[in-house]
Design a protein around this ligand. Structure first.
Ligand code: ADP
Length: 334
């Protein structure tokens, strides 16, 4: 069971939709980001132009797609959705770009995974609003420059560092999404439960918030499992006990750590005696790509105080040892 994975799985991709806030006002938390975004969009609206391109960076499940949709909603524009991996050739991107209409929003998820030629085509399009369309093949091929209407790219990435500088420089507004604090997670759960028509007590929301890894997508997924429990047990409302019992059944960690988080902590403590251990060794030990360990797993573990990064590598803290239920060696001083 991958209950606590932050990426959308199966039917969740569909049910993500019903819980997605439409306007900026409904977007929970991230107050500073919301204020900046509001100013940015208001200014564009007032000037009557498509706003500058927007880059949204941060771990999966924190609201990047949602914000892209909100941008289009607030501007009352159409939105076109694609992703880096979906674009195999520069030509695929050229045909999307050449069909855009004035003011449209183009959402490119996982923009760091665009192939290089598409990337180059994109930053010219973003800067000069033109694209060279190649007609024909081989030596007889020619390219026709095409002027594009003004549009706004919203790019989302879990790996901002992988974007080449020229592409990154084309974004006028970059937002970094971070894990949500408990209080914001609670509000998010209250909002989602209202949408689902399922009353949830405050302390039940708090129990859910604790187990949600600071990630809205996970909170919504757990909430649906709790709803199953409430339906089966004919509960009129969800109390803390219902959350604890139902999520125990799914073996959800009380600190919200998922299997990869736990594997990383286990590896550092058991195989590397608490560290320091380098990223690549660690990733090899848990059988994951370094990128996933670095961008999905570590930021949360560091933020929650389970892990620290030192120049020599990753070190498990006392809290990590305790959480694993292992006695730390005497020399653990973090
Ligand atoms: P990402 O694109 O970063 O992976 P999504 O935008 O798809 O994440 O968000 C995942 C789910 O969490 C969606 O169902 C969305 O409705 C919900 N969500 C994310 N951020 C918020 C928020 N700030 N307020 C309310 N719901 C949110």
């Amino acid at each position: 069971l991958r209950m606590v994975q932050a990426a959308p799985i199966g039917a969740d991709a569909v049910s993500d939709e019903e819980l997605r806030p439409q306007g900026l006002d409904e977007f929970i938390g991230q107050p500073q980001l919301k204020a900046q975004m509001k100013l940015f969009l208001d200014a564009a609206r007032k000037r009557g132009v498509a706003p500058d391109h927007i880059l949204l960076a941060g771990p999966p499940g924190l609201g990047k797609t949602t914000l892209a949709m909100i941008v289009a909603h607030e501007l009352e524009s159409a939105i076109r959705v694609t992703s880096g991996p979906a674009i195999a050739h520069a030509g695929d991107l050229a045909s999307i770009l050449s069909s855009l209409e004035e003011g449209e929003v183009l959402f490119i998820d996982e923009i760091h995974r665009l192939p290089r030629p598409a990337e180059e085509l994109l930053y010219i399009a973003m800067e000069d609003f033109r694209v060279d369309v190649v007609v024909g093949k081989g030596p007889g091929a020619s390219s026709i420059p095409l002027t594009l209407p003004r549009f706004t790219v919203v790019g989302a990435t879990t790996r901002e560092g992988m974007l080449p500088a020229p592409l990154r420089a084309r974004f006028g507004f970059t937002a970094h999404l971070d894990f949500y604090p408990r209080s914001e997670m609670q509000r998010l759960i209250q909002r989602s439960s209202a949408v689902l028509g399922l009353p949830v007590d405050d302390d039940a929301a708090d129990q859910l918030a604790r187990r949600s890894r600071g990630t809205p997508r996970i909170a919504n997924r757990l909430l649906r499992r709790v709803r199953d429990w409430a339906v089966v047990h004919d509960l009129p409302r969800v109390d803390a006990q219902a959350v604890i019992e139902s999520l125990d059944l799914y073996q959800i960690d009380t600190e919200g750590l998922d299997r990869l988080d736990m594997a990383v902590l286990e590896a550092i403590c058991r195989n590397f005696n608490g560290g320091p251990v380098g990223l690549n060794n660690l990733a090899a030990m848990v059988g994951e790509e370094s990128e996933t360990v670095e961008t999905v797993c570590e930021p949360y573990l560091v933020r929650e105080g389970f892990l620290i990064r030192t120049p020599k590598g990753r070190v498990a803290t006392r809290k990590a040892w305790q959480h694993l239920g292992i006695l730390p060696p005497d020399d653990v001083n973090v």
